[in-house]
Design a protein around this ligand. Structure first.
Ligand SMILES: [Ca+2]
Length: 721
């Protein structure tokens, strides 16, 4: 018995000793591994296209725009084929933080948002033992799920920006203000956080600039940068005989004036001569040249501010001795057209807009001076950074780590040979039709299905194929060339498979699905239908442009400057348009004034003054754009005197953009203090008629704009007595 007990004790002792040793060695191992893990610094700017990074050797490289960023390529690896899956801000950021494509993470458009519990990359990094921080432009609308954050609200301001800071109270009222240019302020904020961080643990830091997003404002020290320099022009701004298709040009080019924001005067509504080359005596060619020069210089001055600030940031990391212990990544949230094809802005699947700059420096495992043509997508960023942190890719992420490509320059077995692309915001803002497509190393196949999410506002569906080896500038669409028939067939098949694999099959968008199916094979019937859609679209837009240009309209617009009265009320622009009548009640809002809760460049421009006037807003198809991130956006209409109000007509733009009406509400008040809610929109519509009912005497009418998403109000008309 004693022997057995001794044996038991001995065994127990041995077991616990082994256990102790195991635990100890695990702890030691863990400590060593944790200490050895690199910091991860993910730097992203906004709209900084790869061809505006010197290391990408484009026509702009000779200007030496980014000497600091270029050192990452000299000392690390540069990705030549890194692609965004949806070339616009919020959707790209959503892909990065979730590791999922937009049809899965739900952020199809600028209105998208990612809830804290879905900010997987930050969550997984924290789980892996990293301290996490997000500083700068965020644009995912919900509170960042990081240990520390200091983020711009929405797009943020270039000058004296405010931020929401984790340590300054509860979201969303935790606002702090800084003085100076946003690129300087964001860098200062990151340096402050770095100095203050827990130095016993590795960090994962997302450092995001607002620059060089448009509505450019550079820091004053860059005012003279490139002043006397002639910025090289892209050849395709002038010459590209076989570029595009019926989808982007219309049948026999009839839609050229109505698709894609232009540099020159091509696009009747949206072109940059209107901002930067207004002199009507300039020839078309001179106006285009001038607008291009002005635009590019403004853009590059903001780029320079980013690059210089990164010099400051890298110097700090070197001083602290952690530059070599940090995986430093530089990227932009998407690419950007800089005059190529006479286009400006992102959204397109053409290379300049689809390609993201992507450079990584980590001398411990990445050899200097490498370049790779491996195809990687923004959904792969999260898995790659987690891999550097020693963490596995969670199963719900659709991307895959390319850490081994960074380290070896070679693609692992079964690495992707194609990138998927999809743009949803049909004809919004910059007049780009919705499309999807596939990009391999050799070819690009684009399908413009051309409708909004409800199948509306159709533009002509069409296909484009570019042979990238023969035609890297994408100026010869060879879709209809019989020599490429086999390639077209193969790529279509590959595209369909890819869509199935990543589950982008439009089950939630039956109207789109119908259009896709009808125009997939693009036989003679489909072609004829596309021509008819082209005629219809061109006629629609031609009539709109003629309306906007008639001398009658001009003469009835005496002043383009809105008059702002005390209390922030805006006097509407005078109008000679006849007053409207509804059900026997005349329009009584023409003499009213109004105020908006978020005045400023983003929420207010002189066009808004037409909201109550009976005139159509010039140039822009909407009078009021509810800021997508505003906390409480609303408009108050103040009638000239109190009186019975019977109907309110609210006109929405509904220009095909997937608008939302969730939260659109109308209240009335006699004194601007006690509000009575009258009505709430159930769904998006071109316009709403609110039946106020009888016996409603009021002076103030408040229209609360959607809290989620955006809505473009064109007009508010109040009928009463
Ligand atoms: Ca962007």
């Amino acid at each position: 018995m004693m022997q057995i007990r001794d044996q038991f004790l001995k065994t127990a002792l041995m077991t616990s000793m082994i256990l102790c040793i195991t635990l100890e060695s695990r702890a030691a191992q863990h400590k060593t591994r944790e200490d050895a893990r690199p910091n991860i610094l993910f730097i992203m700017s906004d709209d900084h296209a790869a061809h505006a990074v010197g290391a990408y050797r484009s026509r702009l490289a000779k200007l030496n725009p980014t000497p600091v960023i270029d050192t990452l390529a000299q000392e690390g690896i540069l990705f030549e084929n890194c692609f965004v899956t949806n070339s616009i801000c919020t959707p790209s950021r959503a892909c990065i933080i979730t590791g999922q494509y937009n049809h899965v993470n739900g952020a199809h458009t600028l209105a998208g948002r990612i809830a804290p519990e879905n900010q997987y990359l930050a969550i997984e990094m924290r789980r892996a033992g990293y301290q996490t921080a997000m500083i700068g432009k965020w644009h995912l609308k919900e509170e960042p799920n990081f240990d520390y954050y200091k983020v711009l609200p929405g797009q943020g301001s270039y000058h004296d920006p405010s931020f929401k800071e984790k340590t300054a109270g509860a979201w969303p009222n935790n606002v702090v203000q800084m003085q100076g240019h946003s690129s300087d302020c964001i860098t200062d904020s990151t340096l402050a956080w770095l100095k203050d961080r827990d130095k016993t643990r590795p960090f994962f830091l997302m450092h995001h600039y607002k620059a060089p997003h448009d509505m450019f404002t550079n820091a004053p020290r860059y005012d003279v940068y490139l002043e006397d320099v002639d910025i090289p022009e892209p050849e395709s701004m002038w010459r590209q005989p076989d570029f595009g298709s019926i989808a982007t040009r219309g049948h026999r080019d009839e839609c050229l004036p109505f698709i894609g924001t232009s540099i020159g005067r091509r696009h009747v509504f949206r072109n940059y001569t209107k901002s930067y080359a207004k002199d009507p005596s300039l020839s078309d060619e001179a106006a285009k040249r001038l607008a291009y020069q002005v635009y590019l210089k403004k853009f590059l001055r903001c780029v320079k501010g980013v690059d210089d600030n990164l010099g400051r940031l890298f110097d700090y990391l070197k001083q602290e001795g952690i530059f070599d212990e940090t995986v430093v990544i530089y990227t932009g949230d998407q690419g950007f057209m800089l005059g190529e094809h006479d286009y400006m802005d992102k959204r397109w699947m053409y290379d300049e807009s689809q390609r993201m700059p992507f450079l990584v420096r980590y001398p411990a495992s990445i050899r200097p001076g490498q370049r790779t043509d491996a195809i990687v997508e923004n959904v792969d960023f999260g898995p790659t950074m987690l891999d550097f942190a020693g963490a596995a890719t969670p199963p719900y992420m659709q991307g895959r780590s390319f850490k081994s490509i960074c380290e070896t320059g070679r693609e692992p077995p079964n690495w992707k040979q194609a990138a998927y692309y999809r743009y949803w915001m049909h004809m919004a803002h910059h007049w780009n039709p919705s499309h999807f497509g596939i990009r391999t190393k050799d070819y690009k196949l684009i399908f413009y299905y051309g409708c909004d999410m409800n199948g509306g506002n159709q533009t002509p569906p069409g296909w484009e194929l570019y042979d990238l080896k023969e035609d890297p500038r994408e100026v010869n669409n060879v879709y209809d060339n019989p020599d490429y028939a086999e390639t077209v067939g193969r790529l279509k098949q590959q595209l369909a498979q890819l869509r199935r694999r990543i589950q982008d099959t439009d089950e939630d968008f039956p109207e789109i699905k119908q259009v896709v199916e009808a125009f997939w094979d693009y036989d003679e019937t489909a072609k004829a239908k596309a021509i008819q859609i082209s005629h219809d679209y061109a006629a629609r837009e031609r009539s709109r442009s003629t309306r906007n240009r008639t001398p009658r309209n001009r003469s009835t617009r005496p002043g383009r400057k809105a008059v702002i009265l005390p209390g922030g009320y805006i006097k509407t622009t005078d109008s000679k348009a006849p007053l409207q009548i509804h059900a026997g009640f005349p329009e009584i809002s023409r003499t009213a004034t109004y105020r908006i809760s978020h005045p400023g460049p983003a929420g207010f421009n002189p066009d808004n003054a037409y909201l109550l006037s009976g005139e159509n807003p010039p140039q822009k198809p909407h009078a009021f754009h509810s800021a997508e991130d505003a906390e409480q956006p609303f408009i108050v209409v103040k009638l000239e005197k109190p009186g019975p109000v019977r109907y309110i007509r609210i006109v929405n733009r509904t220009n095909g953009f997937h608008e939302r009406a969730e939260g659109l509400t109308v209240w009335v008040s006699a004194n601007e203090q006690d509000w009575r809610q009258l009505w709430q929109a159930e769904k998006v519509a071109a316009e709403w008629l609110v039946d106020v009912g009888e016996d409603t005497v009021c002076r103030y009418i408040k229209i609360g704009l959607p809290r989620r998403g955006t809505l473009h109000l064109n007009k508010v008309i109040v009928f009463g007595k």
